[in-house]
Design a protein around this ligand. Structure first.
Ligand code: MN
Length: 176
């Protein structure tokens, strides 16, 4: 696939470039929304857009996707962002993103997203990031055992809080 990654963070660029090279995808980078919109206007061969929301230029990722859709460009867009507050995921999906990948980027989720895009599945109703492909994370050695198996036989504590932000549970625990 030919992929545009709109991202102003060099570390994320480098990470994604390595994954793309491994999977033999071509990846183009733009650091701001203006550059991304200009490229997409000229390059119909881009198959998939990975879009950071907080960008270097004057316009943010949400405006990028709104502008794309307003000019009739329906190519799949995956929001890739550290925005994790309640409601943000819904906001991105409402704006027309096919999927939302939280940062720090989970490689398994990214690979699953690439596979879905390659199979033409990203136009379908959005799924939880990596819901189909991500295995349940291994229990972290730093997790208190009570979190994994309540000793009193009460129901297990859910992986994510009700009304959670969609982040994978593995990101919600900081090693102490
Ligand atoms: Mn950014």
């Amino acid at each position: 696939m030919r992929i545009l990654y709109v991202e102003d963070n060099e570390i994320n660029q480098a990470l994604v470039e390595r994954v793309m090279r491994l999977k033999q995808h071509t990846v183009l980078f733009r650091e701001d929304g203006e550059g991304a919109l200009a490229l997409l206007a000229e390059d119909p061969a881009v198959d998939l857009i990975l879009l950071d929301i907080e960008l270097a230029g004057a316009i943010g990722g949400l405006e990028v996707i709104q502008t794309l859709r307003a000019r009739g460009d329906q190519r799949p867009v995956v929001a890739v962002t550290a925005y994790a507050m309640s409601g943000d995921r819904e906001r991105f999906l409402e704006a027309g993103c096919a999927q939302y990948l939280p940062k720090p980027l989970n490689i398994a989720d990214l690979l699953a997203t690439l596979d879905a895009a390659e199979a033409g599945l990203l136009a379908a109703p959005p799924a939880e990031p990596g819901a189909a492909a991500s295995p349940t994370p291994e229990p972290s050695p730093t997790s208190p055992p009570a979190q994994l198996a309540p000793p009193d036989g009460s129901p297990p504590i859910p992986d994510r809080p009700p009304g959670g932000n969609g982040r994978a549970p593995v990101h919600e625990e900081k090693p102490s």
